[in-house]
Every structure is written in structure tokens, then in C-alpha cells.
Design a protein around this ligand. Sequence first.
Ligand code: NI
Length: 171
Amino acid sequence: MLDIYTLGDDVLRTPTEEVTVFDSALRMLVDAMFDTLVEADGVGLAGPQVGVSKRIFVVDLRKGEGSKYVFINPVITETSVEEGVYEEGCLSIPGLYHDVVRPLRVKVQAQDADGKYFNVDADGLLARVIQHENDHLYGKLYIDHLDEKEKEKLEKLHFKRQKKSGKRKQN
Ligand code: NI
């Protein structure tokens, strides 16, 4: 289990660096990220959320082996004009949720844990999770998609809960 960093930790607001070395340490990180994701009962987890400022995220839609993905150095090459609304949460802003508008479909090119390139045409939940996680790689969170008032409301709630639970800033 890796520690999950939360809103207020600088690493979540820092743009990430390209992954250049595809070695056993990277594969161990990927395994640990999957374990952490399942343990935390989420569907997506990005590097910065576990304190790793690298262009990597994992997705597990909990529908078996075919629904697990590792995206390294991803690039969203196409987004649909059509948008949809979906209620998002984030393991780094625990317990809070809000509707977010995003494109319904995306095309992504990325590398797997061995450095091999692959393409995904995603729709539905996968398209949603990819966009949410990809944002993390740029230091962006789902609350940044909301209007200023809604964003502030969620931030305040988060920090209030954090204070109550006695969590200290990690960096
Ligand atoms: Ni998130």
C-alpha cells in the first residue's frame, strides 16, 4: 500500500515528468499502484497521488483483467465534441463528489510498463477516468473544472475534514 497524497499536498499541483526508464522498479511501482487503487476502492490512480511526479496512471474498472490499464507518457490525441455530465470523486479529495462536464470519447496513445506503445479508443467510464487521471499529470484536479464558487466550497469542506481528522501536510 502506497500513501495517498491529498489536496493541499504540493505534489498534486506539480506538472509531472516523462517516464524514460522502463525497468523492474517501474513495474514494481505499477503493481503497487494497482494494489493501492483496489485497497482504496477507486477506479483510477495517477503518479502524483502516490507522491511520484511522473507521467503515469493506472485504471481498474473492476470488470476483470480486460479492464485494467497502465498508461505511461499518455497523450490524448482526440476528444469528441459531444460532452456529458458525470459525478466524479478523487482519492486525493476523499469523500467529496461533484458533477463534471467532459467530452464523452477520447483517443489516447500511451506506453505500457514495458515501454510498448498502444492506442485506446475510449468511451463511457473509461473515457471519463482517462481524462480525470490525465489531468493529474498536469497538476490539475476535477474541482478545477467547476465554477469558482463550487470549487471553493469543496476545498473548504476538504480542509475542514482534514483538520478534524488531524492530517498534516506531507510536503
Ligand atoms: Ni483523482
